[in-house]
Design a protein. Sequence first.
Length: 237
Amino acid sequence: MRNPKWHRDEIILALDLYFKLESGKVHAGNPDIIELSRIINLLPIHEVKPDEAKFRNPNGVSLKLSNFLAIDRPGKGMSSYSILDAQIFNEFKNDKQSLNKIALSIRQITVDQNLNKEIHLINSDDDEESVPEGKVLYRLHKLRERNKNIVLKKKNDALNKFNKLQCEICGFDFYSKYGEVGFGFIECHHITPLSDLEPNTKTKPEDLALVCSNCHRMLHRKSNLAFASLKNYLSRV
């Protein structure tokens, strides 16, 4: 069996390094490429690596950087790049600062073994494949939303203040709609944009917003859809 295709997170890390290296230094013996190979192998993404010896090894990483060279300078590098390679290259070629910021956050997650394991246990969903910042930061976002102690504190604060739990975007109240079966039920959304998530920070109640399931799904469909933006949109329709 062949190893899985490169995922968005891996391509982001490779592209970030590509923009930092001179073209003559794109080879498997470069210490930066060797280190990136090690980091990519630590990412909590792929369940199965059929050919583990070759999985994202320095040769494979250097070939991926050569793919970027072919996109960047037609006629150079390895032209066997994927549609996703070209898509991500074009997304970030004029925004290297955002690329580096996202890549740094992804790298930081690999340093924390416990956090890495927790993220790996988060179930995948359809939305994570379309998130510009990649699967790893999306799952970190979901992990933050599931911090039981902080979620409970957020709910209790709302109950003490308003005597009910309602969606902060559309106002939906599960208890009013469903009676006892809906008592105490509401979801939490982490309002920090994925691109600003820092793995080494702790979630606070003010980082969360109480939302219904529908609004929560809409917020997750687009990582750049801000909590306030969706709320303003609903107020106009």
